[in-house]
Design a protein around this ligand. Structure first.
Ligand code: SF4
Ligand code: SF4
Length: 136
């Protein structure tokens, strides 16, 4: 039942993505600073992870999360993670890195509450300006 709910949520997202494309886009390229591999925030169903058990459950369900380990907790209580594949300031499995890393940073991630860290050279921009929508 949990899996069916996940599939339906996924199909719902794809539907909206196709028929109502986002006005946001990601621009720039990776400067290889490595920050996003050292302090990772994970969202489950659009919510941050606060409990260790939630993370361990995710690790049991999704193989790629097994590379991550709890690195600390923000003052807000949100857990953050590090990646055990990050060695000598680079990804030791770059060519075979998980899909979540290949897709980083994505508009979806930012739309659902994720933020780019300050050292990231990517930027999120609007395709059409606010003025464009005011004139519509
Ligand atoms: S798998 Fe590689 S790219 Fe992904 S978080 Fe780990 S070190 Fe970074
Ligand atoms: S934080 Fe941004 S610029 Fe730095 S490694 Fe990650 S994607 Fe590249």
């Amino acid at each position: 039942m949990r899996h069916l709910a996940k599939i339906l949520r996924y199909l719902n997202k794809q539907f909206y993505k196709f028929f109502f494309p986002s006005n946001l886009k990601i621009e720039g390229s990776c400067s290889k600073c490595g920050t996003c591999c050292k302090k990772i925030f994970i969202m489950i169903d659009d919510k941050s992870v606060f409990k260790e058990e939630e993370f361990y459950r995710l690790q049991r369900d999704i193989l790629s999360y097994r590379y991550f380990a709890i690195a600390g907790r923000e003052t807000s209580g949100e857990l953050y993670f590090k990646c055990n594949l990050f060695k000598d300031n680079q990804c030791s499995k770059y060519k075979n890195r998980p899909l979540i890393c290949r897709k980083y940073p994505s508009v979806d991630m930012l739309k659902y509450g994720g933020v780019l860290n300050d050292s990231c050279s990517y930027k999120m921009r609007a395709r059409k300006s606010f003025d464009f929508f005011l004139k519509e």
